[in-house]
Design a protein around this ligand. Structure first.
Ligand code: THU
Length: 140
Protein backbone atom coordinates (compact mmCIF):
# COMPACT_ATOMS: atom_id res chain seq x y z
CA UNK A 1 0.00 0.00 0.00
CA UNK A 2 1.54 3.29 -0.99
CA UNK A 3 1.26 6.30 1.28
CA UNK A 4 -1.10 9.23 0.77
CA UNK A 5 1.77 11.65 0.05
CA UNK A 6 3.11 9.32 -2.66
CA UNK A 7 -0.36 9.06 -4.17
CA UNK A 8 -0.63 12.84 -4.38
CA UNK A 9 2.86 13.09 -5.88
CA UNK A 10 1.98 10.44 -8.45
CA UNK A 11 -1.27 12.19 -9.38
CA UNK A 12 0.60 15.50 -9.80
CA UNK A 13 3.06 13.73 -12.11
CA UNK A 14 0.20 12.19 -14.10
CA UNK A 15 -1.20 15.70 -14.66
CA UNK A 16 2.26 16.80 -15.87
CA UNK A 17 2.20 13.88 -18.32
CA UNK A 18 -1.26 14.92 -19.47
CA UNK A 19 0.07 18.35 -20.45
CA UNK A 20 2.07 16.60 -23.19
CA UNK A 21 -0.90 14.59 -24.52
CA UNK A 22 -0.90 14.43 -28.30
CA UNK A 23 -4.56 13.77 -29.03
CA UNK A 24 -5.68 15.88 -31.99
CA UNK A 25 -8.21 13.22 -33.14
CA UNK A 26 -10.08 12.13 -30.04
CA UNK A 27 -9.30 15.34 -28.10
CA UNK A 28 -9.33 13.10 -25.04
CA UNK A 29 -6.21 13.96 -23.05
CA UNK A 30 -4.69 11.29 -20.83
CA UNK A 31 -1.69 11.37 -18.50
CA UNK A 32 -0.10 8.63 -16.43
CA UNK A 33 2.71 8.31 -13.94
CA UNK A 34 4.20 5.02 -12.80
CA UNK A 35 6.13 4.65 -9.55
CA UNK A 36 9.07 2.24 -9.33
CA UNK A 37 10.18 0.42 -6.18
CA UNK A 38 13.22 2.71 -5.92
CA UNK A 39 11.02 5.81 -5.93
CA UNK A 40 11.43 6.91 -9.53
CA UNK A 41 8.46 8.20 -11.49
CA UNK A 42 8.02 7.88 -15.24
CA UNK A 43 5.27 9.91 -16.84
CA UNK A 44 3.35 9.18 -20.02
CA UNK A 45 0.71 10.67 -22.26
CA UNK A 46 -1.49 9.35 -25.02
CA UNK A 47 0.07 9.74 -28.46
CA UNK A 48 -2.35 9.52 -31.36
CA UNK A 49 -1.64 9.05 -35.05
CA UNK A 50 -3.32 10.07 -38.30
CA UNK A 51 -3.52 6.39 -39.21
CA UNK A 52 -5.37 5.80 -35.90
CA UNK A 53 -4.26 2.25 -35.06
CA UNK A 54 -0.66 3.15 -34.13
CA UNK A 55 -1.95 5.39 -31.33
CA UNK A 56 -0.60 4.73 -27.85
CA UNK A 57 -2.21 5.11 -24.44
CA UNK A 58 -0.67 7.17 -21.64
CA UNK A 59 -0.17 4.15 -19.38
CA UNK A 60 1.73 2.22 -22.01
CA UNK A 61 3.88 5.24 -22.81
CA UNK A 62 4.89 5.39 -19.13
CA UNK A 63 5.58 1.64 -18.97
CA UNK A 64 7.66 1.72 -22.16
CA UNK A 65 9.70 4.66 -20.92
CA UNK A 66 10.43 2.91 -17.62
CA UNK A 67 11.22 -0.52 -19.04
CA UNK A 68 13.45 0.96 -21.71
CA UNK A 69 15.38 2.75 -18.95
CA UNK A 70 15.88 -0.54 -17.10
CA UNK A 71 13.09 -0.10 -14.52
CA UNK A 72 10.41 -2.73 -14.31
CA UNK A 73 9.79 -3.12 -10.60
CA UNK A 74 6.58 -1.17 -10.27
CA UNK A 75 4.47 -0.22 -7.24
CA UNK A 76 1.64 1.92 -8.59
CA UNK A 77 0.35 3.96 -11.50
CA UNK A 78 -1.81 7.06 -11.48
CA UNK A 79 -4.01 7.89 -14.46
CA UNK A 80 -5.81 11.14 -15.22
CA UNK A 81 -7.81 12.12 -18.27
CA UNK A 82 -10.70 13.87 -19.80
CA UNK A 83 -12.07 15.52 -22.89
CA UNK A 84 -10.17 18.65 -23.85
CA UNK A 85 -11.65 21.73 -22.21
CA UNK A 86 -13.94 19.69 -19.95
CA UNK A 87 -13.69 18.71 -16.29
CA UNK A 88 -11.41 15.74 -15.58
CA UNK A 89 -12.97 12.30 -15.89
CA UNK A 90 -12.22 9.11 -14.01
CA UNK A 91 -10.13 7.69 -16.90
CA UNK A 92 -9.98 3.99 -16.16
CA UNK A 93 -7.19 2.12 -17.95
CA UNK A 94 -8.25 0.24 -21.07
CA UNK A 95 -8.00 -3.53 -21.23
CA UNK A 96 -4.81 -3.51 -23.26
CA UNK A 97 -3.07 -1.28 -20.70
CA UNK A 98 -4.25 -3.50 -17.84
CA UNK A 99 -2.68 -6.49 -19.58
CA UNK A 100 0.57 -4.62 -20.30
CA UNK A 101 0.85 -3.64 -16.62
CA UNK A 102 0.09 -7.21 -15.60
CA UNK A 103 3.26 -8.41 -17.35
CA UNK A 104 5.48 -6.72 -14.78
CA UNK A 105 3.61 -6.81 -11.47
CA UNK A 106 1.95 -8.96 -8.87
CA UNK A 107 -1.69 -8.09 -9.54
CA UNK A 108 -2.76 -8.23 -5.89
CA UNK A 109 0.01 -5.80 -4.85
CA UNK A 110 0.26 -3.27 -7.68
CA UNK A 111 -2.07 -0.29 -7.27
CA UNK A 112 -3.93 1.65 -9.93
CA UNK A 113 -5.00 5.15 -8.92
CA UNK A 114 -7.58 6.82 -11.11
CA UNK A 115 -7.92 10.49 -10.30
CA UNK A 116 -9.85 13.62 -11.08
CA UNK A 117 -7.62 15.65 -8.76
CA UNK A 118 -5.09 15.13 -5.96
CA UNK A 119 -8.00 14.85 -3.53
CA UNK A 120 -10.54 13.03 -5.67
CA UNK A 121 -9.26 9.61 -6.61
CA UNK A 122 -10.06 5.91 -6.51
CA UNK A 123 -7.53 3.19 -5.82
CA UNK A 124 -7.67 -0.41 -6.99
CA UNK A 125 -5.31 -3.33 -7.14
CA UNK A 126 -4.63 -4.54 -10.65
CA UNK A 127 -6.25 -7.80 -9.52
CA UNK A 128 -9.52 -5.93 -9.03
CA UNK A 129 -9.36 -4.42 -12.51
CA UNK A 130 -8.07 -7.53 -14.26
CA UNK A 131 -9.18 -10.61 -12.34
CA UNK A 132 -8.05 -14.13 -13.26
CA UNK A 133 -5.40 -12.75 -15.57
CA UNK A 134 -2.97 -14.43 -17.92
CA UNK A 135 0.65 -13.70 -17.10
CA UNK A 136 4.26 -14.80 -17.50
CA UNK A 137 3.85 -17.79 -15.14
CA UNK A 138 1.34 -19.32 -17.54
CA UNK A 139 4.15 -19.79 -20.02
CA UNK A 140 6.71 -20.82 -17.40
N1 THU B 1 -6.47 6.31 -23.74
C1 THU B 1 -5.41 6.24 -22.89
O1 THU B 1 -4.42 6.98 -23.01
N2 THU B 1 -5.47 5.34 -21.88
C2 THU B 1 -6.49 4.46 -21.70
O2 THU B 1 -6.39 3.57 -20.87
C3 THU B 1 -7.72 4.61 -22.46
C4 THU B 1 -7.65 5.50 -23.64
C5 THU B 1 -6.39 7.26 -24.88
C6 THU B 1 -6.27 6.59 -26.21
C7 THU B 1 -6.79 7.67 -27.12
O3 THU B 1 -5.72 8.53 -27.47
C8 THU B 1 -7.79 8.42 -26.27
O4 THU B 1 -7.54 8.04 -24.93
C9 THU B 1 -9.24 8.14 -26.61
O5 THU B 1 -9.47 6.77 -26.61
Amino acid sequence: MIEEKDIKRLIRSAFEGQERSYSPYSKYRVGAAILTADGRIFTGCNIENAAFTPGDCAERTAVCKAVSEGCKDFEAIAVVGGASGKAPDMAYPCGVCRQVLREFVEPDKFEVIVARSEDDYERYTLEELLPKSFGPANLG
